[in-house]
Every structure is written in C-alpha cells, then in structure tokens.
Design a protein around this ligand. Structure first.
Ligand code: SAM
Ligand code: ZN
Length: 283
C-alpha cells in the first residue's frame, strides 16, 4: 500500500509494524492492522468523526443488508477497478463488501472496526482533505455520505479512474424524519467542486423502500443526524414503532479523473511538494 507520511508527505514503507518515512517520522501499525495517519495538528477535535454508538448502530443496520442495492450499484459503476479506496469509510461496510484495497476515515473508532472486520483491506485514520496516500495509488474511489475533496481525490487516483460519490436525496428517510420533527425540511447535500470536469459528471438517483420495525429504526436513527434532535420520548417511541415503510433515496454522482495530468492534479502535486519543502525547512 502506498501510504505517505502525514507530516512531510514522503513515502511511508509499511512492510514492518513501525513505519519510518525518510525524514524519520514514525508510525506504529495498530494491533487491529490499521495505521493512524492523522496527526494531532490536523485534527479539529480530539476524537473527530462518528462515535462508537453511531458506528455500532451503522454496523448492525448495514450488515442486515438494507442498503444492498447501493452495494450492487457501486459494483456496477466500478467494473474494471482493481484497487479502490473508500473515502470516509466509517466502520467499513462498503469497503469490505466491494473488496476495496483501502479505506480512510477521520474516526479512529470507525477505522478500528473496519480493520478488525477486513483482513484484506488496508485502513488508515486520515482526512479526506489530506489523504494519507501517495500520488496515483488507486484506480477507483467511492465516498458514501462522506466529504470528498476532488483535487485531493484526483491526486491519489490514476488518470482516467472512476469516482463515485453518494449523497442523500431530499426524500431520503422522510418517514423517519417525520417521527422526529413536527415539520420535516427536505435536506440537501452540496456536491464536491468537480472543477474543470464538472460538466462531464453524471448524476443519477437510486430509490427503493425498506421495511423496518422498532430496533432497526432505532439503529437507523442513531446513524443519522436526526438522532441529535430526537428527545428521549421520541427515541423510545421509535424503538417501539411497528413495521414501517421507509424511503431510501440516494443520488449517485459519477466522475472520472482527467486522463491527462489535469490542472487539479498538477496543483495538488505542487501544493504537496511545497508542503513537504516547508515542513523540511521547519524541522
Ligand atoms: C455518514 S458517515 C458514512 C460512513 C460510511 N461511508 C457509510 O456509509 O457507512 C460519514 C463518515 O465521514 C467521516 N468523516 C467526516 N469528516 C471526514 C473527513 N474530513 N475525512 C474523512 N472522513 C470524514 C465520519 O467519521 C463518518 O465515518
Ligand atoms: Zn515524514
């Protein structure tokens, strides 16, 4: 796996349990097999990302197969990719189900769960805005309900690679939202700035319904930001709700890294080499 040092951006050989970059920065492989490549100076909080309770709810819900149509769709969108990265992989469901080579997430608890359940994939704690990989490492990427930085994504992918970004459509889980809010406001996610390839990006919807009763509805609630708005009373009512039909509405964005060195990738390379130079100068 072509990991890179998050401090100076140089290659990080990972054949042994402690990796040293050429500048001597060292990183230990966790016993679950993942690498923590999110230095404290790159964190906005001590424990960023989803917490354990949210991750365990997500694990139970996804493993029950409720979003299996999305897995099938992702697989169809990446027919030829042999080395895929899952950006914002959470507890790793999509990465391990589609056989991704690597997953990265800002949540250490998520990455730990992902690594424990997938001996094949290489997982790293890291940010979507400073991916801990060397240039041209992968030939496909997915990002499901997670942030994606297009320039950074282009940097770690080979030219021509497909990228799939999935977000919720306005009606996604509207029945669950109605159990939490008196007035449901449709939500919308802003797509990444695809820059110069924006016009070639395609967008399609994937919609289906699922039937859930109390405990599964509770897990679904816990996976969503609605959880923070649900009073204890509402949480208890949801936990005891009868079988309910829930709309699942995804929007699936498909983009391709430009075939020739794009200005995006070039500027990413430029900024990473100047970051390396300034880090060397200050160390
Ligand atoms: C809604 S969850 C989706 C997780 C997973 N893709 C799934 O669908 O099960 C969003 C994920 O994005 C991660 N995340 C948030 N900000 C991030 C960032 N800057 N870099 C990487 N991951 C991030 C969170 O920790 C969380 O695991
Ligand atoms: Zn280094």
């Amino acid at each position: 796996m072509n990991l890179k040092c998050p401090i100076c951006d140089l290659a990080l050989p990972t054949a042994i349990a402690t990796a040293y970059c050429p500048n001597g920065h060292s990183f230990d492989r966790a016993k679950e097999g993942y690498w923590n490549l999110l230095p404290v100076q790159h964190k906005k909080s001590m424990d960023p990302g989803d917490n354990k309770q949210m991750l365990q709810a997500r694990r139970r819900f996804l493993e029950a197969g409720h979003y299996a149509p999305l897995v099938n769709h992702l697989t169809q969108c990446l027919p030829d990719a042999t080395s895929i990265v899952d950006i914002g992989c959470g507890e790793g469901y999509y990465a391990r189900t589609i056989g991704a080579a690597s997953g990265v997430d800002i949540s250490k608890d998520g990455v730990r769960m992902a690594a424990k359940s997938d001996a094949q994939g290489i997982y790293a704690v890291g940010s979507a805005y400073r991916l801990p990989y060397q240039d041209d490492t992968f030939d496909g990427a997915i990002s499901v309900f997670s942030p994606l930085d297009w320039t950074e994504c282009c940097r770690v992918l080979k030219p021509g690679s497909p990228v799939i970004w999935v977000a919720p459509l306005a009606g996604h889980l509207k029945e669950l939202a109605a159990m939490v809010y008196d007035e449901v406001r449709p939500h919308s996610a802003s797509p990444p700035d695809f820059g110069e390839i924006g016009e070639t990006v395609t967008r399609e919807s994937l919609q289906f319904t699922i039937e859930l009763a109390g405990p599964e509805l509770s897990d679904l609630l816990c996976m969503t930001p609605y959880y923070w708005s649900a009073s204890e009373q509402k949480q208890a009512a949801i936990a005891q709700a009868p079988m309910t039909q829930v709309s699942v509405e995804f929007e699936v964005w498909s983009a391709r890294v430009p075939a020739s060195a794009s200005s995006a990738a070039a500027s990413a390379a430029l900024s990473s080499s100047s970051a390396a130079a300034s880090s060397k100068a200050s160390s």
